[in-house]
Design a protein around this ligand. Structure first.
Ligand SMILES: Nc1ncnc2c1ncn2[C@@H]1O[C@H](COP(=O)(O)OP(=O)(O)O)[C@@H](O)[C@H]1O
Ligand SMILES: [Mg+2]
Length: 262
């Protein structure tokens, strides 16, 4: 029975703590974080700058070790870099000399494993992110939003079990950012990957997520865990729903409690 329940937990964190050793002494980035994320859930993390959100994400990806505590992906403890995690960051980090299609294929190319099958997959991902017409362009010929859509296609090209996104839209202008949010919701609906999405935008978090976690100020723990009840697929019109505003005010108040702003 227990084992059966376990298999539905795509990501778990149990008493996860992270202390960075620095020349000026130890920095406790994450004090103690516990959560369980069900397979297929989209979970956003909100929290003040420096509270350890990126550190937590790097630990889930196995790119940083935990100082204590354990993280599991599909029941297996994370103990090194996870090839099964697709990642996106604020900076799309595209290779300027490669075409859009070859940037999407890069993670496969790095393993020397490009096949006609992977090429077909990359092409269908480019159609999904509306960049098919741009497949042969170089990154410099694209707008910021388009570059992030290339990064999203690249994050999905290995068909990862989880998608980890660390403020992917933070460098975009407000209008492009909204459009990217809607595009991600639409794309996510077709893939339903278990996803963790770090953002500073409460509205973005509500619109995209099944659950929103709020991290408190460093040394941090999770201080709020809110379920977002809207059905999918979601339409931008839910932002006019009174429940959307209630959730917004609730999350805003809990973030302000942690930062001390009234
Ligand atoms: N590689 C590192 N070495 C030392 N300290 C770090 C390192 N990465 C982050 N920190 C520190 O850990 C804390 C949490 O950082 P971070 O996880 O980037 O927070 P957030 O993403 O929420 O802004 C900050 O005080 C930051 O300065
Ligand atoms: Mg960060």
């Amino acid at each position: 029975m227990l084992a059966q329940v376990e298999t539905f937990k795509a990501i778990t964190a149990a008493r996860v703590r992270k202390v960075y050793e620095t020349p000026s002494g130890p920095v406790e980035a994450v004090a103690e974080v516990d959560f369980e994320i069900a397979r297929g859930d989209f979970v956003s993390i909100l929290g003040p700058s420096g509270c350890g959100k990126s550190t937590l994400m790097l630990m889930i990806a196995g790119l940083e070790s935990t100082t204590s505590g354990a993280i599991t992906l599909d029941g297996l403890q994370v103990s090194g870099p996870q090839t099964d995690a697709g990642m996106m960051f604020q900076d799309p980090t595209l290779l300027p000399w490669r075409s859009v299609l070859d940037n999407v294929l890069f993670p496969i190319d790095m393993r020397g494993a490009v096949s006609s099958e992977s090429r077909t997959r990359a092409e269908s991902l480019l159609r999904m992110v509306d960049l098919w017409a741009f497949r042969d362009k170089r990154p410099r010929e694209l707008s910021g939003g388009m570059r992030q859509r290339v990064a999203l296609a690249r994050a999905l090209v290995n068909d990862p079990r989880i998608l980890l996104m660390d403020e992917p839209f933070s460098a975009l202008d407000a209008i492009t950012r909204d459009e990217m949010g809607y595009a991600l919701a639409r794309i996510w609906d077709t893939t339903r990957k278990t996803a963790i999405f770090i953002t500073h935008s409460i509205r973005e978090a509500i619109f995209l997520s099944d659950r929103v976690l709020v991290m408190g100020r460093r040394p941090s723990t999770i201080i709020e865990d809110v379920r977002i009840p809207f059905e999918r697929p979601r339409d931008p019109s839910i932002e006019a729903d009174p429940r959307f505003n209630e959730l917004y005010l609730h999350l805003k108040a809990s973030i302000h409690r942690t930062t001390g702003v009234q």
